[in-house]
Design a protein around this ligand. Structure first.
Ligand SMILES: [Zn+2]
Length: 156
């Protein structure tokens, strides 16, 4: 029996946290801002960023507050059962996120993290995405050698 695409996407959601409602909402905001060409969950980049703007060399992560250890109400809510396990698990996630962001920046990518709790205020998210993507299209300074090289390659 061939698996139906909707089954697959449901499984993906459950397993990897892909295509969560938060991600879908951010994609919608991005499209409404006029950006229609972007990749999603690019596995060839560190951390499989949720949204990838190759030409701008910019990526957006949409982070769930619990899994990624946000310092907010939801992020601070650690389950009472297996408390030690969860604290360790989330600390590892946070450490991995940090390494991922550093790796991307080293490779000349601009990184924006959007927290799930922030989506309760869409206008704020709207504004930070707009600022981020506008800034990412500006010419790069000497702070990002890799980014400059990539830009040259692109324009060649
Ligand atoms: Zn949060």
């Amino acid at each position: 029996v061939k698996e139906r695409p909707e089954d697959r996407s449901r499984i993906m959601r459950a397993v990897k946290g892909h295509d969560t409602s938060a991600e879908l909402l951010v994609r919608k905001i991005v499209k409404r801002l006029g950006y229609r060409r972007f990749g999603v969950n690019r596995r060839d980049l560190p951390g499989s960023p949720d949204l990838v703007f190759s030409r701008k060399r910019a990526v957006i992560f949409v982070h769930g507050c619990f899994w990624h250890g946000h310092r907010c109400k939801r992020g601070n809510r650690v389950p009472k059962q297996n408390r030690t396990y969860w604290i360790g698990k989330i600390a590892r996630n946070k450490a991995r996120d940090k390494v991922t962001r550093a790796a991307l920046r080293l490779a000349g990518w601009d990184v924006l993290v959007i927290w799930e709790c922030g989506l309760k205020r869409p206008s704020v998210i709207n504004e930070s995405i707009r600022n981020f993507l506008t800034k990412s299209s500006a010419p790069r300074d000497s702070s990002s050698r890799n980014g400059r090289r990539a830009r040259r390659e692109f324009s060649a």
